[in-house]
Design a protein around this ligand. Sequence first.
Ligand code: HEC
Ligand code: HEC
Length: 279
Amino acid sequence: MTPTRSILGLAIVALVGGSASLVGGGLAGSQAPPAPNPATKNPHLGNPQSIRSGMALYRIKCADCHGLDASGYRGPDLIGVMAAGVSDERLFQTIRNGVPGTDMPAAREFDTPDDDLLMMIAYLRKIGTVAPAESPVGNVENGGRLFAAQCASCHRVAGRGGAIGPDLTRIGAARSRAALIREIRTPSEWIAPPFETVTVVTKDGQRIRGVKKNEDVFSIQVMDTRERIQGYMKSNLRDIIYDKTSLMPVFDPGRLSDADLNDLVGYLSSLRGADLSVR
Ligand code: HEC
Ligand code: HEC
């Protein structure tokens, strides 16, 4: 009896330990036995030459999404992430493995050696000592109300809302405040790829405007503003107009005051739904 029981006990301990390390390891979520993490002994920390190389690498590989000053653009504010106390090991894992199901690529895919990652971390730690750029945000509750009234008809959060725009369940983890503000004030500046605006004109002159869901040489699929997805044979169409204007309306200060914008962005930043598998 006793041996069985202690084996069972061990198995339970192993299970609990495994899931705890999954939680702790967070986004990387590797279940393999912990291999030594190179970031634990990073020879580049504080080394001016490494920091300079790390900066050059960062600018090439990361700045497009996280901003030249790492305060975030399409990707989150890394200064803020560091201010929140992320460990070097966790940073390393995230950069090496990416975040599956999001825009965050795995460094592996670009053949970036571990040593380059360590230099980038040395650079980020150097610039990460300044005050976090993401200052306290507005009234999240009011932001939630504004969202329900002005945005939810097109955007889904946690399974509720419209589908013509992107699901925003995790938008707070995925985008910086700066990117959110630009998207709301000037939506056409950057259009998320599966949401390009298109107008198809049928032979009898009917015009259907919506987001392009799919297109090949012969056909095109469009979701119209009532969320109906229709496929059209191009041979049956008079014209296809590829629009550079987002289907999302411009929320300028006349429509959404700066104070309301601040509350709304506060609400959006709080959306960090963790389940990546649903995306
Ligand atoms: C194509 C855009 C893109 C590129 C290039 C990119 N990232 Fe990201 N990154 C993202 C997005 C989007 C997220 C948020 C993922 C999510 O939804 O959780 C992210 C998340 C992260 C995180 C996790 C932040 C957290 O909340 O813990 C780190 C760290 C990070 N990126 C560092 C880097 C570094 C360093 C590079 C360059 C080697 C890089 N990223 C390149 C888009 C990008
Ligand atoms: C009529 C439908 C519609 C309304 C209303 C609308 N949006 Fe959008 N939104 C879209 C579409 C379509 C896109 C994708 C195209 C683009 O990126 O501009 C989008 C994109 C976005 C993005 C970018 C998502 C990403 O992955 O980067 C954010 C953030 C956003 N909307 C927030 C809002 C907020 C906040 C409101 C309310 C103030 C709002 N939207 C109102 C249709 C809408």
